[in-house]
Design a protein around this ligand. Structure first.
Ligand code: BES
Ligand code: ZN
Ligand code: ZN
Length: 493
């Protein structure tokens, strides 16, 4: 797929399909509606009066061979109310429209920019939406349609093109493609992507993008004392891996890095604290945090962000077997803290404990982790907002600004010390589960033990890693990739 920016008016652009956003509440005697009506002799009013199209966001109508236009099809895309058409709405609309058009066999699709928000942010959001919508995952179907739209994508604007607008286009494309990489990876089933294969994918990506990559095998992890990761991996025949991706973008090589950590459980059966068959169905996606970090590192490298950033991925498979860890086992984590493992299904926090401790050894400016950590977070927030926890107000502010730019939604949950008491163990320094109440918070409190005072943000993405049942798009969302890349970009000066 080739993406480019074109300066033109919408009537002159030549393409197979032209996406033209029309607002629910816009004047009908002004262009573009008045011009459409002129060309099509009042067709739009007729469709509106018949109640077949109201301009609600995402409502599309396709008109063939529209008179007066050079496009072969005009896609009138309902854009909702003008006042609500912010960058998130632009992204959403372009994603929906592209999703519906991507496999119609078109070679050239154009989208006309209509928004009152700043040009650069409109271009970036529109391209992100188009790229996200063009993605298709059906490689395991015998009659696969490929990985999505393979033709040419034009973003049409009447404003003069500048280096800034071209940069915004490129940013949108890189971020959209990175999110799609995360979506494809999360979608990979457990029999295709195990910890070693995930490390292999990280290596391939790193080579392509000139990132440094290092992968620890189990022996190296043993030498470093990463017993908490190794304990989870024991039940599986697949060995654990610890993946380190480094982007040394800063002018001074010794600038303290931003460290991003992602939970990489390539399949979570629960271990001996076995899950029910039903709750295991989605557990190939328990590596979503890892995929978020991997894909964000790709975007950061491709954007040449002049900041040092390190991505850490502890990768394991959590299975029961004669070698598996038992409820009641005590392990010594890399930090030296001992953990009583009362539930082997609370494995994410175990692998993150060592990864966060390792992160601290890198003298980080900040640590952000992404993890599909708790079912409790899904109960609390559902599928539209991820839970986020932060121990530092300045980082909280910066993180939320990055989130605002990405359009990804978070909701802050507390880290009061009262919750920590749930994790007191009689025989070790900490136990890995509390009671049923406040499960997302006690999980975060567990992680906090291992970051101490380092500015840190934890994202529980258990509910946002995949689209909700009733959404237009299906499968993994690529959640977090764009927020992390936007966050790194905030540190460039
Ligand atoms: N991977 C799960 C969390 C999860 C649940 C992600 C549902 C996506 C959807 C995690 O490892 C887990 O099993 N957590 C337990 C923790 C409990 C044993 C304290 C949970 O949430 O039930
Ligand atoms: Zn689990
Ligand atoms: Zn898990």
């Amino acid at each position: 797929m080739k993406v480019s920016l074109v300066q033109s008016d919408w009537e002159a652009i030549e393409c197979d399909a032209l996406i033209l956003p029309i607002f629910e509440d816009e004047a009908v005697d002004q262009p573009p509606v008045s011009r459409i009506e002129e060309h099509l002799q009042g067709l739009l009013a007729e469709i509106r009066d018949a109640g077949e199209w109201k301009g609600k966001s995402g409502q599309l109508i396709t008109l063939h061979r529209p008179r007066g236009l050079h496009a072969r099809r005009l896609i009138i895309a309902g854009a909702g109310k003008q006042a609500d058409f912010d960058s998130a709405a632009v992204r959403q609309l372009m994603m929906t429209a592209m999703h519906k058009l991507k496999d119609k066999g078109f070679q050239k699709i154009a989208a006309y920019r209509r928004s009152r928000i700043g040009l650069e942010s409109a271009i970036q959001s529109a391209v992100e939406g188009l790229v996200l919508g063009s993605h298709q995952i059906d490689e395991y179907k015998t009659e696969s349609k490929g990985t999505g739209f393979g033709g040419e994508l034009l973003l049409v604007t009447e404003e003069a093109l500048t280096t800034e607008s071209q940069a915004a286009l490129r940013r949108g494309e890189i971020l959209g493609r990175a999110a799609n990489l995360a979506r494809s990876l999360v979608n990979e089933p457990g029999n295709r992507v195990n910890p070693s294969r995930l490390a292999e994918r990280a290596r391939q990506m790193a080579e392509k993008c000139s990132l440094q990559v290092e992968v620890f095998d189990e022996q190296q992890m043993e030498e470093k004392g990463m017993h908490s990761v190794l304990a989870v991996a024991r039940g599986s025949d697949e060995p654990a891996r610890f993946i380190i991706l480094s982007h040394m973008g800063a002018a001074q090589a010794d600038q303290p890095p931003l460290v991003f950590v992602g939970k990489g459980v390539t399949f979570d059966s629960g271990g001996l604290s076995l899950k029910s068959a039903e709750s295991m169905e989605e557990m190939k996606a328990d590596k979503a945090g890892a995929c978020t970090v991997l894909a964000a590192m790709q975007a950061i490298a491709q954007l040449h962000v002049p900041v040092n950033v390190v991505g850490l991925i502890p990768a394991v498979e959590n299975l029961p077997s004669g070698r598996a860890q038992r409820p009641g086992d005590v392990i010594r984590s890399m930090s030296g803290k001992t953990i009583e493992v009362l539930n082997t299904d609370a494995e994410g926090r175990l692998i993150l404990a060592d990864a966060l401790h390792y992160a601290r050894s890198l003298n980080p400016r900040l640590i952000v982790d992404y993890a599909t950590l708790t079912g409790a977070c899904v109960v609390a927030l559902g599928h539209f907002r991820a839970g986020m926890f932060c121990n530092n107000e300045e980082l909280y502010r910066q993180f939320m600004q990055a989130a605002e730019r990405s359009g990804e939604k978070y909701w802050r949950l507390p880290l009061d010390d009262d919750y920590r008491k749930e994790l007191d163990s009689q025989i070790a320094d900490i136990k890995n589960v509390g009671s049923r109440s406040g499960g997302a918070i006690t999980a975060a409190k567990f992680l906090q033990e291992f970051v101490d005072k380092t500015p840190w943000c934890h994202v529980d993405m258990a509910g946002t890693d995949s689209f909700a049942e009733n959404q237009e798009l299906k499968g993994p969302t690529g959640f977090g990739v764009r927020t992390l890349a936007e966050l790194a970009m905030k540190f460039q000066d």
